[in-house]
Design a protein around this ligand. Structure first.
Ligand code: COI
Length: 360
């Protein structure tokens, strides 16, 4: 039996006017719904105490080990409102699986797929009025888990908190779907072999922030990381995966090496390549090949992808000594893939792969 996330005895509901105000211009991750789901794990009892509570600050002991040693993992997925009013999520079982894999890497307890789904169903049911309708708008779901034992010794915590919060969102980038400029960092690494690069843990994102700041200093919206060993191979952006389109009809993305996060959007796009008459290729690709290929016209398009970013065209790549621009950005393939994915997510196109799960 999955955990039963008990609904609140006295739910608090924002007024339709307040919700509408948020929906008009949601931005990304700024406003949150009225409730959150919580559950506790202890080494002697396992998962228990699952319930939906009014959204609010969590009391946390200053010695809680997540605050000191970053034993934390998270996920990101979205709930989409279709024109008939129903609410759907996109491949939530893939997020549940990755959440369990991330938890294992961080020595946290796994939450089962059914328990993960039970939390999402319960929260979206209570807060369904917060799921926006309209192009590009959705309810971003953020499940996370952290070590919540007041203990400063270094070992896996015996008490862990699972929490799910939800935020109505529009486009991740403030400029919307406009092509973005990317900074290639030569100084910083995101992940090394044997490290946590394939896990979705807060520490990876903390490690990206200084490089992300460097990108912003160069008027770029994201940073591109290369591998930590040879300093040669393209890996991923600060918070999303990356793809290239070739003039020869290939859709190339860096292969999973253990230092790259396996994005749900990334893997969906690999499956959609056929539909665009493109040959999907996962391989190592060097930064030199990318720079040369853009300059020669062998690479015609490049884009970022992720749950938050969906598919975002890339206009240029900049580094300390190279600056290459895609003259035709946003490219045709990028925009076709983007539309195809959004059409499935919003129920405007047949769900051929069984990617959608109904929530409400
Ligand atoms: C996502 O696409 O869900 C991400 O994880 C990117 C970022 C907002 C952390």
């Amino acid at each position: 039996m999955p955990l039963d996330f008990v609904l609140p005895e006295s739910p608090v509901y924002s007024s339709p006017t307040d919700i509408r105000r948020v929906h008009e211009n949601p931005g990304f991750g700024q406003a949150f719904t009225d409730h959150m789901a919580l559950a506790t794990w202890t080494s002697d009892q396992g998962w228990h105490g699952a319930a939906v509570h009014p959204y609010g600050p969590l009391p946390i002991d200053p010695a809680a080990s997540a605050l000191h040693y970053a034993q934390e993992v998270f996920e990101g997925l979205k709930a989409y409102r279709h024109v008939d009013g129903s609410v759907w999520s996109f491949r939530p079982e893939a997020n549940a699986l990755r959440f369990a894999q991330s938890a294992r890497r961080l020595a946290l307890p796994e939450l089962s797929g059914p328990d993960f789904m039970a939390s999402i169903t319960a929260l979206v049911e209570v807060d369904q009025a917060w799921v926006p309708s309209g192009a590009e708008k959705s309810l971003y779901l953020r499940p996370f888990m952290f070590a919540n034992e007041p203990y400063l010794g270094i070992r896996p915590a015996h008490t862990v908190t699972y929490c799910l919060i939800a935020s109505p969102v529009g486009s991740y980038f403030p400029s919307g779907v406009r092509p973005v400029d990317i900074w290639v960092t030569s100084e910083y690494s995101r992940a090394a072999p044997g490290g946590t690069g394939a896990a979705k843990c807060g520490g990876n994102y903390a490690a990206s922030l200084l490089a992300q700041q460097e990108a912003a200093d160069h008027d770029c919206s994201q940073v591109l990381f290369i591998d930590a060993v040879e300093r040669k191979w393209v890996e991923e952006l600060g918070g999303m995966n990356v793809y290239l389109v070739t003039a020869a009809g290939e859709l190339i993305t860096p292969e999973l090496t253990g230092t790259i996060l396996e994005g749900v959007t990334r893997s969906s796009i690999l499956q959609l390549a056929d539909k665009m008459n493109l040959n999907p290729v996962e391989r190592r690709i060097s930064l030199a090949e990318v720079f040369d290929g853009i300059a020669s016209g062998a690479f015609t398009e490049m884009f970022a992808c992720g749950t938050a970013a969906v598919v975002t065209p890339i206009r240029s790549l900049r580094s300390a000594d190279v600056d290459v621009v895609f003259e035709n950005s946003p490219g045709e393939v990028t925009m076709m893939l983007r539309e195809h994915l959004l059409d499935v997510q919003y129920g405007r196109r047949e769900d051929e792969y069984g990617w959608l799960s109904r929530l409400v």
